[in-house]
Design a protein around this ligand. Structure first.
Ligand code: IFM
Length: 461
């Protein structure tokens, strides 16, 4: 089926009332990946500033120093979103930009930047969805133990209070964390993110402290923002064995606990999955599970592709990360394309947690270059988005309460260890000139939204 045929089918779904008119169509970004201005206007260093400078940590020695220079170009980026016709924008606040030392004195210039972003998107008719933490921990807090220091739950709650007091008059949608299962496993278990450890004890401690910070932040946001709508954003992907051996099956079950369940189960159901329950026990104090399991309003899911594990007795965690098998369809960056897994994930999340679901990230990565005419006709990304949005509709038809969909990402940006050559944007960004060029997928997504929302056509991006 061509992308155009799928688009027709998708728009036909509206007539069949599968997607309510108030369905949220959005795009997502994150602070360190787009803002740049790393040492501007009083921003303090984050763990990624130092980590990315160590040779070998990030492809080509790239850093987030400049990124997409969104700090200075946010108005242009808001105009791009307006052109897409999205009605929501998920972004994150950089903790070290508003609290350079992580706690204590706030940085007025940093807060004022987010005032401008929020006021700008609201003026464009776009609802801001604010995420408190997308991995850029203030270095000053890392120096005090970071996620291994139990006090961080209180520091995070104070930061949430600052954000709530400043922006809560205009922002109602808050996510506490983005993908806690990813930054903890990569940072403390696999040494692919800061602080670069392969230490199971540290990983388990960090998991528990992040969960405590989530609960404390939910309470802080609730206390300071009238009618706040609060959730957390989890990366949920089926964890599969690379081979169908008993050892690999066990490895996949463990990966599933770390990646998919360590946070969602504790935060929503009030308990850890079995293997983790034993592992975190030394760090759990009386009353902790009640502190973590606070009522939330929605479940944020980021979904891309199944993930794979294989048994490895020599690995600190007893399993190793594995690539997708050779014989499956993949995106340019090697992630399996499996829309049925997306449908099944959404249906499963609906049954498991009984919360309204927002897909806060979905998209395809590529190693893309402009063509001779200076355009980027990213048919592979269009195909990916079309079949994944179709799979989301199938989940809705099967009863899953999915209320919104956000593409990752608005812009090509700093893709962590992969640097800038791994592009997820609807909009191409030239890393040298900072010129923005909407890809074919941006026009495709704008057309899709226009057909779905059925309002006056937004201006073309
Ligand atoms: O770029 C990341 C984002 O920061 C978190 N979710 C997955 C994206 C693509 O890898």
């Amino acid at each position: 089926m061509s992308a155009a045929t799928i688009q027709e089918r998708l728009q036909g779904e509206l007539e069949r009332h599968l997607v309510p008119r108030d369905f949220v169509w959005g795009v997502s970004t994150s602070s360190y990946q787009i803002e740049g201005a790393a040492a501007v206007d009083g921003r303090g260093p984050s763990v990624w500033d130092g980590y990315s400078r160590v040779p070998g940590h990030v492809a080509n020695g790239h850093t987030g120093d400049v990124a997409c220079d969104h700090y200075h170009r946010y108005a242009e980026d808001t105009a791009l979103m307006r052109g897409l016709g999205v009605n929501a924008y998920r972004f994150s606040v950089a903790w070290p930009r508003v609290l350079p030392a992580g706690r204590g004195a706030a940085n007025e210039a940093g807060l004022a930047f987010y005032d401008r972003v929020i006021d700008g998107v609201l003026a464009a008719g776009i609802e801001p969805w604010l995420c408190l933490y997308h991995w850029d921990l203030p270095q000053a807090l890392q120096d005090q133990g970071g996620w291994l220091n139990r006090d961080i739950a209180g520091w995070f709650a104070d930061y949430a209070t600052l954000v709530a007091r400043r922006f809560g008059d205009r922002v109602k949608r808050f996510a506490t964390f983005n993908e806690p299962g990813v930054f903890t496993l990569f940072g403390y278990g696999l040494a692919w993110h800061p602080p670069g450890l392969t230490d199971p004890a540290a990983l388990h401690q960090a998991i528990h402290h992040v969960n405590l910070a989530h609960g404390a932040a939910v309470d802080a946001l609730r206390a300071h923002v009238a009618s706040a709508s609060i959730g957390a954003t989890h990366s949920v992907q089926p964890a599969r064995p690379v081979d169908h051996t008993a050892a690999d099956e066990a490895a996949a079950t463990l990966l599933d606990e770390y990646w998919n369940k360590a946070f969602a189960e504790a935060q929503i159901l009030g308990h850890y999955p079995p293997a983790l329950a034993r592992a975190v026990e030394p760090y759990v104090q009386a009353g902790d599970m009640e502190r973590i399991c606070r009522p939330t309003d929605w479940f944020g899911v980021n979904h891309y592709s199944p993930v794979f594990a294989r048994a490895d007795a020599a690995a600190p965690l007893g399993f190793a990360w594995a690539d997708a098998p050779d014989n499956v369809p993949k995106t340019q960056v090697g992630w399996q394309v499996d829309p049925a897994a997306f449908r099944d994930t959404l249906v499963d999340l609906d049954r498991r947690y009984r919360l309204p679901i927002y897909v806060l990230e979905n998209g395809a990565g590529g190693h893309e270059k402009l063509d001779a005419s200076g355009n980027l006709i990213d048919l592979e990304r269009i195909g990916y988005l079309a079949v994944y949005i179709g799979a989301m509709y199938d989940a809705i038809a099967a009863g899953a309460d999915v209320r919104g969909y956000f593409v990752w990402s608005l812009l090509d940006n700093f893709e962590w260890g992969a640097g800038y050559d791994c592009r997820f944007g609807l909009v191409y960004v030239d890393p040298v000139t900072q010129r923005r060029i909407p890809k074919a997928s941006a026009h495709w997504y704008a057309n899709l939204i226009r057909g779905m929302v059925g309002e006056a056509p937004p201006q073309e991006p």
